[in-house]
Design a protein around this ligand. Structure first.
Ligand code: UDP
Length: 242
């Protein structure tokens, strides 16, 4: 699976260039969970590999790359990228659409963001549904809002990327990003890990502590990811010896 070795600053510039580029683009935020899901979902893998930008969202990817002799310079969290883009949006005149999350969350996020970034243009908000059965209604809601330069899609890993792949060309968006829990953070409904916890790379553990229901998902992802990395490292070493 492709992951782009971009820094946070480079990712911001790439997004700005994609928005300026006119036609619709999309950005994905791979982490170990994405890699494990993509193994059993070839369509998801293809969607990820076709993205205009794949930022290294999960710290586990840096470790995995190092064990496999590659290099990813910096972890670029999707949350930070979204915050950075929203911060730039008023000056750039970018209009932002917040799609997905539980009912009421995108509206709460919009209110908080507009308080924080005066002049921010929210093109619209809509919870909608992740499944294709909801596409018609959701696409209509996004289209009604007109042009959106940034479309944040919060339906959780794989569902949001499938949504983007099915519908991006039906809406007038500059860059769509599958943002996971970012709207929950932006709305203030879920607390983000403090900066010092993020600095030591344990934000995933913090999120697990405040959302213990995630244990089932993460508990099955992290060991599988590590096993995949180790198996790949062993395979490469063995084929190098041959
Ligand atoms: N979500 C949603 N519909 C779904 C699944 C998830 O709106 O069918 C929302 C959920 O409410 C949350 C966001 O998607 O706001 C991220 O979900 P999750 O925490 O599972 O994603 P992750 O950040 O782990 O990718």
């Amino acid at each position: 699976m492709r992951v782009d070795d971009v820094t946070y600053a480079e990712a911001l510039e790439r997004c700005a260039a994609l928005i300026a580029g006119g036609r619709p683009h999309y950005v994905v935020t791979p982490n170990p969970e994405f890699i494990v899901l993509a193994r059993c979902d070839p369509e998801f893998r293809a969607i990820l590999n076709r993205a205009d930008l794949a930022i290294p969202d999960g710290g586990g990817l840096l470790l995995g790359a190092r064990l496999l002799g590659g290099r990813i310079r910096e972890q670029v969290r999707g949350t930070d990228l979204c915050n950075g883009l929203v911060e730039r949006a008023p000056a750039m005149g970018w209009r932002v659409f917040l799609l997905g999350a539980a009912p009421g969350v995108s509206e709460a996020a919009a209110t908080r963001l507009q308080q924080r970034y005066p002049g921010l243009q929210i093109a619209g908000t809509f919870a909608g549904a992740a499944s294709s059965a909801g596409d018609e209604e959701t696409v209509a809601a996004v289209r009604r809002a007109g042009r959106c330069d940034l479309l944040f899609v919060a339906y959780g890993a794989s569902k949001q990327e499938h949504w983007i792949a099915r519908n991006l060309h039906e809406v007038d968006a500059g860059v769509a990003i599958g943002v996971g829990g970012v709207l929950d953070f932006m709305s203030g409904r879920v607390r983000r890990a403090p900066a010092w916890i993020r600095r030591i790379g344990l934000d995933w553990l913090f999120r697990l502590a405040i959302q213990p229901q995630r244990i089932k998902r993460q508990g099955s992802t992290i060991p599988v990811f590590l096993a995949l990395v180790v198996a790949e490292a062993v395979r490469r070493r063995a084929s190098a010896r041959r």
